[in-house]
Design a binder for this molecule. Structure first.
Ligand code: BG6
Ligand code: MG
Length: 212
């Protein structure tokens, strides 16, 4: 193990926006008369907005045109943005700041690798804009996780070889993406398939897991 950079997913790893996403999709589904529940919501973890919409629409009774789909995604996002307006630094998940500070102190580069186009807004809300060495997000990628693009771009921004990067993820799609990029993976929460796994970052010191 020779890890020199850690790339963090944002939603569900740094901050818990899951409930905001769930409530916004639920609002849209209810308005459209589409069945939606928390089990379906779990499938949206790490998946881009438009791909998430396709999953939500699997239960729809009618088909939608591309223009209608764009409008639906915008309605969901407007609702979601109202919810994330109330995020503050207190919403940073347990153990995250301790780990970030510890990594920085040991000279390990830290980056964000998120599918979300709302990443800049969220980082600002929680006071972590200008904190990371690189931010790769839904605004600079064309392919969503499980494609490795978002992590590859983060490593390129840092100038780090992929095999020297660790990806921290709460989504199966994100773990798959990290592995496809040739990176080591740490699964948090319920994510499956990581090289290492912890329940949450409050229960682990990443530098210790890496033997640093
Ligand atoms: C991911 C979330 O981080 O971002 C997904 O896990 C979400 O649930 C995706 O769909 C896209 O987010 P946004 O903010 O661009 O709609
Ligand atoms: Mg996530």
């Amino acid at each position: 193990m020779n890890i020199k950079a850690v790339i963090f997913d944002l939603d569900g790893v740094i901050v818990s926006t899951d409930e905001c996403h769930y409530k916004a999709w639920k609002m849209l589904a209810d308005e459209e008369g589409i069945y939606f529940d928390r089990t379906i919501n779990e499938r949206l973890r790490g998946v881009s907005r438009m791909e998430s919409l396709e999953i939500v629409l699997e239960k729809a009774q009618k088909s939608y045109t591309d223009d209608e789909k764009t409008a639906l995604a915008e309605r969901k996002n407007n609702c979601y943005k109202e919810y994330i307006k109330s995020l503050t630094p207190d919403d940073i998940l347990t153990g995250v700041m301790d780990n970030l500070e510890d990594l920085k102190a040991k000279g390990i580069k830290i980056a964000i690798g998120s599918s979300s186009k709302n990443t800049p807004i969220i980082l600002k809300q929680i006071g972590l804009d200008n904190y990371f060495d690189a931010v790769s997000d839904g605004n600079n990628i064309t392919k969503s996780k499980p494609d490795p693009e978002v992590f590859v771009k983060a490593a390129d921004m840092l100038g780090m070889p992929y095999k020297e990067c660790l990806v921290v993820e709460d989504a199966d799609a994100g773990i798959e993406a990290g592995k496809s990029a040739g990176m080591m993976t740490l699964a948090v929460n319920k994510a499956q398939g990581g090289d290492m796994a912890v329940e949450n970052l409050g229960k682990a010191k990443i530098t210790e897991l890496l033997g640093l």
